[in-house]
Write a protein that binds this ligand. Sequence first.
Ligand SMILES: Cc1ncc(C[n+]2csc(CCOP(=O)(O)OP(=O)(O)O)c2C)c(N)n1
Ligand SMILES: [Mg+2]
Length: 405
Amino acid sequence: MAVKDAGRAARPGERAPASRAPASRAPAREPERPERRADPAELIQLLTPEGERVEHPDYPLEISAAEVKALYRDLVIVRRIDFEAIALQRQGELGIWASLLGQEAAQVGSGRALGPRDMAFPTYREHGVAWCRGLDPVKLLELFRGVSHGGWDPTEHNFHLYTIVIGSQTLHATGYAMGIQRDGAVGDDGEAVIAYFGDGATSQGDVNEAFIWASVNNAPIVFFCQNNQWAISEPLERQTRTPLFQRANGFGFPGVRVDGNDVLACLAVTRKAMQAAREGQGPTLIEAFTYRMGAHTTTDDPTRYRLSAELESWKLKDPIERVKQYLIRTEQAEMTFFDEVEAEAAAVGSRVRAACLQMPDPPPTSMFDDVLTTQTTQLATERAGFAAYLDSFAAQEPVLAEEGR
Ligand SMILES: Cc1ncc(C[n+]2csc(CCOP(=O)(O)OP(=O)(O)O)c2C)c(N)n1
Ligand SMILES: [Mg+2]
Protein backbone atom coordinates (compact mmCIF):
# COMPACT_ATOMS: atom_id res chain seq x y z
CA MET A 1 0.00 0.00 0.00
CA ALA A 2 2.77 2.39 0.96
CA VAL A 3 4.54 1.71 -2.32
CA LYS A 4 1.35 2.18 -4.30
CA ASP A 5 0.72 5.56 -2.66
CA ALA A 6 4.28 6.81 -2.73
CA GLY A 7 3.99 8.79 -5.97
CA ARG A 8 0.67 10.55 -5.48
CA ALA A 9 0.23 14.16 -4.38
CA ALA A 10 -0.65 14.95 -0.80
CA ARG A 11 -4.28 15.69 -0.07
CA PRO A 12 -5.08 18.91 1.81
CA GLY A 13 -4.00 18.57 5.43
CA GLU A 14 -1.98 15.42 4.76
CA ARG A 15 1.79 15.13 4.96
CA ALA A 16 3.50 14.79 1.60
CA PRO A 17 4.48 11.17 0.91
CA ALA A 18 8.20 10.45 0.93
CA SER A 19 9.80 10.32 -2.49
CA ARG A 20 11.20 6.93 -3.48
CA ALA A 21 14.05 8.50 -5.44
CA PRO A 22 17.24 9.67 -3.72
CA ALA A 23 17.04 13.34 -2.72
CA SER A 24 19.84 14.32 -5.08
CA ARG A 25 17.92 12.98 -8.09
CA ALA A 26 14.35 14.09 -7.38
CA PRO A 27 13.77 16.59 -4.58
CA ALA A 28 11.00 15.63 -2.15
CA ARG A 29 7.60 17.03 -2.91
CA GLU A 30 6.91 20.37 -1.27
CA PRO A 31 3.79 20.98 0.79
CA GLU A 32 0.73 21.75 -1.23
CA ARG A 33 0.67 25.22 -2.77
CA PRO A 34 -2.23 27.57 -2.17
CA GLU A 35 -3.26 27.87 -5.82
CA ARG A 36 -4.62 24.35 -5.74
CA ARG A 37 -7.35 25.51 -3.42
CA ALA A 38 -8.16 28.58 -5.53
CA ASP A 39 -11.71 29.13 -6.72
CA PRO A 40 -11.89 26.92 -9.82
CA ALA A 41 -14.05 29.41 -11.66
CA GLU A 42 -11.59 32.24 -11.14
CA LEU A 43 -9.92 34.09 -13.99
CA ILE A 44 -6.91 35.97 -12.71
CA GLN A 45 -6.96 39.51 -13.99
CA LEU A 46 -4.97 42.63 -13.06
CA LEU A 47 -6.06 44.90 -15.90
CA THR A 48 -9.64 44.92 -17.15
CA PRO A 49 -10.51 45.24 -20.84
CA GLU A 50 -11.37 48.89 -20.10
CA GLY A 51 -7.85 49.49 -18.82
CA GLU A 52 -8.68 49.60 -15.13
CA ARG A 53 -6.09 48.23 -12.71
CA VAL A 54 -7.49 45.65 -10.29
CA GLU A 55 -5.75 43.81 -7.46
CA HIS A 56 -5.55 40.10 -6.77
CA PRO A 57 -4.48 38.94 -3.30
CA ASP A 58 -2.31 36.08 -4.61
CA TYR A 59 -0.66 38.13 -7.33
CA PRO A 60 0.41 41.52 -5.99
CA LEU A 61 2.28 43.30 -8.76
CA GLU A 62 4.31 46.40 -8.18
CA ILE A 63 5.11 47.77 -11.57
CA SER A 64 6.47 51.17 -12.57
CA ALA A 65 5.21 53.32 -15.42
CA ALA A 66 8.44 52.63 -17.30
CA GLU A 67 7.87 48.88 -17.01
CA VAL A 68 4.26 49.09 -18.25
CA LYS A 69 5.42 51.25 -21.13
CA ALA A 70 8.10 48.69 -21.98
CA LEU A 71 5.44 45.97 -22.09
CA TYR A 72 3.27 48.16 -24.31
CA ARG A 73 6.21 48.64 -26.67
CA ASP A 74 6.74 44.86 -26.86
CA LEU A 75 3.06 44.28 -27.59
CA VAL A 76 2.94 46.82 -30.40
CA ILE A 77 6.19 45.67 -31.98
CA VAL A 78 5.29 41.98 -31.99
CA ARG A 79 1.90 42.76 -33.53
CA ARG A 80 3.70 44.75 -36.20
CA ILE A 81 6.14 41.93 -36.96
CA ASP A 82 3.15 39.59 -37.29
CA PHE A 83 1.34 42.03 -39.59
CA GLU A 84 4.41 42.36 -41.80
CA ALA A 85 4.87 38.57 -41.98
CA ILE A 86 1.24 38.06 -43.06
CA ALA A 87 1.71 40.65 -45.81
CA LEU A 88 4.94 38.97 -46.93
CA GLN A 89 3.15 35.63 -47.18
CA ARG A 90 0.34 37.21 -49.20
CA GLN A 91 2.96 38.60 -51.57
CA GLY A 92 4.50 35.16 -52.06
CA GLU A 93 7.62 35.87 -50.01
CA LEU A 94 6.84 33.38 -47.23
CA GLY A 95 5.47 29.88 -47.68
CA ILE A 96 3.18 30.14 -44.67
CA TRP A 97 2.79 32.16 -41.46
CA ALA A 98 1.08 31.33 -38.16
CA SER A 99 -0.26 34.61 -36.79
CA LEU A 100 -0.14 35.52 -33.09
CA LEU A 101 -2.82 38.21 -33.45
CA GLY A 102 -4.76 38.42 -30.19
CA GLN A 103 -2.21 36.41 -28.20
CA GLU A 104 0.37 39.18 -27.73
CA ALA A 105 -0.29 39.66 -24.01
CA ALA A 106 -0.07 35.95 -23.19
CA GLN A 107 3.27 35.76 -24.97
CA VAL A 108 4.82 39.04 -23.85
CA GLY A 109 3.58 38.69 -20.26
CA SER A 110 4.95 35.16 -19.91
CA GLY A 111 8.06 35.89 -21.98
CA ARG A 112 9.03 38.84 -19.80
CA ALA A 113 8.57 36.71 -16.68
CA LEU A 114 11.51 34.50 -17.67
CA GLY A 115 15.01 34.88 -16.38
CA PRO A 116 18.01 34.68 -18.73
CA ARG A 117 18.85 31.13 -17.58
CA ASP A 118 15.31 29.78 -17.91
CA MET A 119 14.62 27.74 -21.04
CA ALA A 120 11.56 28.19 -23.27
CA PHE A 121 10.12 25.52 -25.56
CA PRO A 122 7.78 27.11 -28.13
CA THR A 123 5.24 25.89 -30.67
CA TYR A 124 5.20 27.55 -34.11
CA ARG A 125 3.26 30.64 -32.96
CA GLU A 126 5.45 32.05 -30.19
CA HIS A 127 6.80 35.06 -32.08
CA GLY A 128 6.14 37.29 -29.06
CA VAL A 129 8.10 35.01 -26.75
CA ALA A 130 10.91 34.89 -29.32
CA TRP A 131 10.99 38.69 -29.25
CA CYS A 132 11.20 38.75 -25.45
CA ARG A 133 14.06 36.23 -25.52
CA GLY A 134 15.99 38.52 -27.87
CA LEU A 135 15.79 36.35 -30.99
CA ASP A 136 15.91 38.41 -34.18
CA PRO A 137 12.48 38.03 -35.89
CA VAL A 138 14.34 37.66 -39.18
CA LYS A 139 15.37 34.21 -37.93
CA LEU A 140 11.69 33.26 -37.64
CA LEU A 141 11.04 34.39 -41.19
CA GLU A 142 13.89 32.24 -42.51
CA LEU A 143 11.97 29.20 -41.34
CA PHE A 144 8.66 30.30 -42.86
CA ARG A 145 10.41 31.26 -46.11
CA GLY A 146 11.86 27.79 -46.26
CA VAL A 147 15.49 28.84 -46.42
CA SER A 148 16.44 27.29 -43.10
CA HIS A 149 15.34 24.29 -41.07
CA GLY A 150 14.61 26.62 -38.18
CA GLY A 151 18.23 27.20 -37.54
CA TRP A 152 18.90 29.31 -34.54
CA ASP A 153 21.04 28.10 -31.72
CA PRO A 154 18.61 27.32 -28.85
CA THR A 155 21.32 27.97 -26.28
CA GLU A 156 22.03 31.49 -27.54
CA HIS A 157 18.78 32.99 -26.20
CA ASN A 158 17.52 29.98 -24.24
CA PHE A 159 14.71 29.71 -26.75
CA HIS A 160 14.30 26.30 -28.27
CA LEU A 161 13.45 25.63 -31.92
CA TYR A 162 9.88 25.96 -33.15
CA THR A 163 7.99 22.66 -33.01
CA ILE A 164 5.29 21.83 -35.52
CA VAL A 165 4.45 18.36 -34.19
CA ILE A 166 1.67 19.23 -31.77
CA GLY A 167 2.59 18.77 -28.14
CA SER A 168 5.92 17.01 -28.61
CA GLN A 169 7.87 19.95 -27.18
CA THR A 170 6.20 19.40 -23.80
CA LEU A 171 8.08 16.11 -23.51
CA HIS A 172 11.35 17.70 -24.66
CA ALA A 173 10.79 20.45 -22.11
CA THR A 174 10.05 18.01 -19.30
CA GLY A 175 13.18 16.05 -20.10
CA TYR A 176 15.17 19.28 -20.09
CA ALA A 177 13.63 20.26 -16.74
CA MET A 178 14.57 16.88 -15.27
CA GLY A 179 18.09 17.53 -16.54
CA ILE A 180 18.17 20.85 -14.68
CA GLN A 181 17.10 18.97 -11.57
CA ARG A 182 19.80 16.35 -11.99
CA ASP A 183 22.40 19.05 -12.55
CA GLY A 184 21.45 20.35 -9.11
CA ALA A 185 20.27 23.68 -10.57
CA VAL A 186 17.01 23.76 -8.59
CA GLY A 187 16.78 25.68 -5.33
CA ASP A 188 18.23 29.05 -4.40
CA ASP A 189 19.17 30.82 -7.62
CA GLY A 190 17.68 27.92 -9.58
CA GLU A 191 16.49 27.80 -13.16
CA ALA A 192 13.33 26.44 -14.76
CA VAL A 193 11.62 25.63 -18.04
CA ILE A 194 8.47 26.91 -19.68
CA ALA A 195 6.66 24.81 -22.28
CA TYR A 196 4.17 26.50 -24.59
CA PHE A 197 1.30 24.67 -26.26
CA GLY A 198 -2.27 25.21 -27.36
CA ASP A 199 -5.72 24.06 -26.26
CA GLY A 200 -5.77 21.45 -29.03
CA ALA A 201 -2.45 20.05 -27.87
CA THR A 202 -3.98 19.10 -24.52
CA SER A 203 -5.68 16.20 -26.35
CA GLN A 204 -2.32 14.78 -27.40
CA GLY A 205 -0.85 11.82 -25.55
CA ASP A 206 2.54 13.57 -25.43
CA VAL A 207 1.17 16.45 -23.34
CA ASN A 208 -0.50 14.13 -20.86
CA GLU A 209 2.66 12.04 -20.60
CA ALA A 210 4.68 15.20 -20.02
CA PHE A 211 2.31 16.16 -17.18
CA ILE A 212 2.85 12.79 -15.53
CA TRP A 213 6.64 12.81 -15.85
CA ALA A 214 6.84 16.38 -14.63
CA SER A 215 4.55 15.68 -11.71
CA VAL A 216 6.07 12.48 -10.38
CA ASN A 217 9.57 13.91 -10.75
CA ASN A 218 8.56 17.29 -9.31
CA ALA A 219 10.32 18.82 -12.32
CA PRO A 220 11.03 22.57 -12.52
CA ILE A 221 8.62 23.34 -15.34
CA VAL A 222 5.69 25.61 -16.12
CA PHE A 223 3.19 24.37 -18.68
CA PHE A 224 1.85 27.45 -20.42
CA CYS A 225 -1.27 26.63 -22.41
CA GLN A 226 -2.55 29.40 -24.64
CA ASN A 227 -6.19 28.49 -24.88
CA ASN A 228 -7.03 30.50 -27.99
CA GLN A 229 -10.38 28.66 -28.24
CA TRP A 230 -9.57 26.93 -31.53
CA ALA A 231 -7.38 24.13 -32.86
CA ILE A 232 -7.59 25.02 -36.54
CA SER A 233 -11.35 24.52 -37.08
CA GLU A 234 -12.03 22.52 -33.91
CA PRO A 235 -13.53 24.54 -31.06
CA LEU A 236 -12.53 24.12 -27.44
CA GLU A 237 -15.57 21.98 -26.60
CA ARG A 238 -14.20 19.33 -28.95
CA GLN A 239 -11.06 19.09 -26.75
CA THR A 240 -12.45 19.20 -23.24
CA ARG A 241 -15.56 19.21 -21.11
CA THR A 242 -13.68 20.55 -18.11
CA PRO A 243 -11.74 23.82 -17.81
CA LEU A 244 -8.22 23.04 -19.00
CA PHE A 245 -6.44 24.41 -15.94
CA GLN A 246 -8.41 22.03 -13.72
CA ARG A 247 -6.82 19.07 -15.45
CA ALA A 248 -3.66 19.79 -13.44
CA ASN A 249 -5.44 18.54 -10.31
CA GLY A 250 -5.65 15.06 -11.77
CA PHE A 251 -1.91 15.05 -12.38
CA GLY A 252 -1.09 16.32 -8.92
CA PHE A 253 0.11 19.86 -9.46
CA PRO A 254 -1.53 23.29 -9.35
CA GLY A 255 -3.41 24.78 -12.27
CA VAL A 256 -4.43 28.42 -12.71
CA ARG A 257 -6.43 30.27 -15.30
CA VAL A 258 -5.25 33.73 -16.21
CA ASP A 259 -6.77 36.34 -18.49
CA GLY A 260 -4.52 35.74 -21.48
CA ASN A 261 -5.29 39.17 -22.90
CA ASP A 262 -4.01 40.87 -19.76
CA VAL A 263 -0.26 41.33 -20.00
CA LEU A 264 0.10 42.28 -16.33
CA ALA A 265 -1.73 39.20 -15.09
CA CYS A 266 0.23 36.93 -17.45
CA LEU A 267 3.45 38.48 -16.16
CA ALA A 268 2.52 38.09 -12.48
CA VAL A 269 1.13 34.57 -12.76
CA THR A 270 4.05 33.27 -14.83
CA ARG A 271 6.60 34.95 -12.56
CA LYS A 272 5.16 33.22 -9.53
CA ALA A 273 4.91 29.83 -11.19
CA MET A 274 8.46 30.06 -12.59
CA GLN A 275 9.81 31.10 -9.21
CA ALA A 276 8.06 28.13 -7.56
CA ALA A 277 9.57 25.81 -10.18
CA ARG A 278 13.06 27.27 -9.72
CA GLU A 279 12.80 26.81 -5.96
CA GLY A 280 11.89 23.13 -6.32
CA GLN A 281 8.13 23.31 -5.80
CA GLY A 282 7.46 21.47 -9.04
CA PRO A 283 5.23 22.14 -12.05
CA THR A 284 2.31 24.49 -12.59
CA LEU A 285 -0.18 24.52 -15.43
CA ILE A 286 -1.15 28.01 -16.55
CA GLU A 287 -4.13 28.28 -18.84
CA ALA A 288 -3.97 31.66 -20.56
CA PHE A 289 -7.55 32.28 -21.66
CA THR A 290 -7.24 34.16 -24.93
CA TYR A 291 -8.40 34.18 -28.54
CA ARG A 292 -6.82 33.59 -31.92
CA MET A 293 -8.06 36.69 -33.71
CA GLY A 294 -6.61 35.72 -37.06
CA ALA A 295 -6.65 32.58 -39.14
CA HIS A 296 -4.93 29.43 -37.88
CA THR A 297 -2.26 30.05 -40.50
CA THR A 298 -2.26 31.93 -43.78
CA THR A 299 -3.57 28.75 -45.46
CA ASP A 300 -6.75 28.81 -43.37
CA ASP A 301 -10.08 30.64 -43.80
CA PRO A 302 -11.76 30.94 -40.38
CA THR A 303 -14.95 32.46 -41.84
CA ARG A 304 -15.86 28.91 -42.91
CA TYR A 305 -16.19 27.63 -39.34
CA ARG A 306 -16.74 30.46 -36.89
CA LEU A 307 -19.07 33.40 -36.55
CA SER A 308 -17.81 36.94 -36.94
CA ALA A 309 -19.75 37.92 -33.78
CA GLU A 310 -17.30 35.83 -31.76
CA LEU A 311 -14.35 37.73 -33.16
CA GLU A 312 -16.11 41.04 -32.59
CA SER A 313 -16.66 40.24 -28.90
CA TRP A 314 -12.98 39.38 -28.43
CA LYS A 315 -11.91 42.58 -30.16
CA LEU A 316 -13.37 44.39 -27.17
CA LYS A 317 -10.84 42.54 -25.01
CA ASP A 318 -7.89 43.50 -27.18
CA PRO A 319 -4.63 43.00 -25.26
CA ILE A 320 -2.94 46.16 -26.55
CA GLU A 321 -5.83 48.58 -26.29
CA ARG A 322 -6.34 47.97 -22.57
CA VAL A 323 -2.70 48.83 -21.76
CA LYS A 324 -3.00 51.99 -23.81
CA GLN A 325 -6.19 52.96 -22.02
CA TYR A 326 -4.54 52.29 -18.66
CA LEU A 327 -1.52 54.45 -19.51
CA ILE A 328 -3.75 57.28 -20.73
CA ARG A 329 -6.24 57.01 -17.87
CA THR A 330 -3.49 57.14 -15.23
CA GLU A 331 -1.56 59.83 -17.12
CA GLN A 332 1.55 57.70 -17.17
CA ALA A 333 2.16 58.33 -20.85
CA GLU A 334 1.89 61.30 -23.22
CA MET A 335 0.46 60.90 -26.72
CA THR A 336 3.99 61.38 -28.08
CA PHE A 337 4.96 58.10 -26.39
CA PHE A 338 2.38 56.18 -28.44
CA ASP A 339 3.55 57.90 -31.64
CA GLU A 340 7.15 56.97 -30.87
CA VAL A 341 6.26 53.33 -30.29
CA GLU A 342 4.32 53.25 -33.58
CA ALA A 343 7.29 54.71 -35.41
CA GLU A 344 9.67 52.22 -33.81
CA ALA A 345 7.36 49.31 -34.67
CA ALA A 346 7.16 50.50 -38.28
CA ALA A 347 10.96 50.65 -38.42
CA VAL A 348 11.26 47.09 -37.06
CA GLY A 349 8.66 45.98 -39.62
CA SER A 350 10.58 47.61 -42.48
CA ARG A 351 13.84 46.07 -41.37
CA VAL A 352 12.31 42.61 -41.14
CA ARG A 353 10.69 42.99 -44.57
CA ALA A 354 13.91 44.14 -46.23
CA ALA A 355 15.89 41.32 -44.61
CA CYS A 356 13.32 38.77 -45.78
CA LEU A 357 13.55 39.93 -49.39
CA GLN A 358 17.33 39.65 -49.28
CA MET A 359 17.58 36.17 -47.77
CA PRO A 360 19.80 34.02 -49.94
CA ASP A 361 18.64 30.55 -50.89
CA PRO A 362 20.82 27.98 -49.16
CA PRO A 363 23.06 25.79 -51.33
CA PRO A 364 21.27 22.43 -51.91
CA THR A 365 24.17 20.54 -50.33
CA SER A 366 23.57 22.35 -47.01
CA MET A 367 20.95 19.70 -46.23
CA PHE A 368 23.86 17.42 -45.32
CA ASP A 369 25.37 19.92 -42.86
CA ASP A 370 23.34 19.26 -39.72
CA VAL A 371 22.57 15.55 -40.10
CA LEU A 372 25.36 14.50 -37.75
CA THR A 373 27.75 16.54 -35.65
CA THR A 374 30.72 14.82 -37.30
CA GLN A 375 30.72 13.74 -40.93
CA THR A 376 30.89 10.02 -41.63
CA THR A 377 32.43 8.51 -44.74
CA GLN A 378 28.97 7.46 -45.90
CA LEU A 379 27.56 10.96 -45.49
CA ALA A 380 30.57 12.50 -47.25
CA THR A 381 30.10 10.07 -50.17
CA GLU A 382 26.40 10.89 -50.43
CA ARG A 383 27.17 14.59 -50.34
CA ALA A 384 29.82 14.29 -53.06
CA GLY A 385 27.43 12.20 -55.20
CA PHE A 386 24.69 14.80 -54.84
CA ALA A 387 27.12 17.63 -55.68
CA ALA A 388 28.22 15.76 -58.83
CA TYR A 389 24.57 15.25 -59.79
CA LEU A 390 23.93 19.00 -59.46
CA ASP A 391 27.07 19.77 -61.47
CA SER A 392 25.77 17.60 -64.30
CA PHE A 393 23.00 20.16 -64.86
CA ALA A 394 25.52 22.98 -64.98
CA ALA A 395 27.33 21.16 -67.79
CA GLN A 396 24.07 20.89 -69.75
CA GLU A 397 23.14 24.54 -69.37
CA PRO A 398 24.98 25.84 -72.49
CA VAL A 399 23.41 23.05 -74.60
CA LEU A 400 19.92 23.84 -73.33
CA ALA A 401 20.48 27.55 -74.01
CA GLU A 402 21.67 26.78 -77.55
CA GLU A 403 18.57 24.71 -78.24
CA GLY A 404 16.40 27.55 -76.93
CA ARG A 405 15.06 25.42 -74.04
C1 LIG B 1 0.87 15.51 -34.03
C2 LIG B 1 0.20 16.48 -34.95
N1 LIG B 1 -1.08 16.28 -35.32
C3 LIG B 1 -1.70 17.16 -36.14
C4 LIG B 1 -1.03 18.26 -36.59
C5 LIG B 1 -1.75 19.27 -37.48
N2 LIG B 1 -2.02 20.49 -36.72
C6 LIG B 1 -1.25 21.59 -36.88
S1 LIG B 1 -1.76 22.85 -35.91
C7 LIG B 1 -3.01 21.93 -35.25
C8 LIG B 1 -3.94 22.52 -34.21
C9 LIG B 1 -3.26 22.88 -32.94
O1 LIG B 1 -4.14 23.58 -32.10
P1 LIG B 1 -3.70 24.17 -30.73
O2 LIG B 1 -2.90 23.17 -29.98
O3 LIG B 1 -4.91 24.72 -30.07
O4 LIG B 1 -2.68 25.34 -31.11
P2 LIG B 1 -2.98 26.69 -31.95
O5 LIG B 1 -2.66 26.38 -33.38
O6 LIG B 1 -4.39 27.06 -31.74
O7 LIG B 1 -2.02 27.70 -31.42
C10 LIG B 1 -3.04 20.66 -35.82
C11 LIG B 1 -4.02 19.63 -35.49
C12 LIG B 1 0.32 18.43 -36.20
N3 LIG B 1 1.04 19.49 -36.58
N4 LIG B 1 0.90 17.55 -35.36
MG1 LIG C 1 -5.64 26.64 -30.10
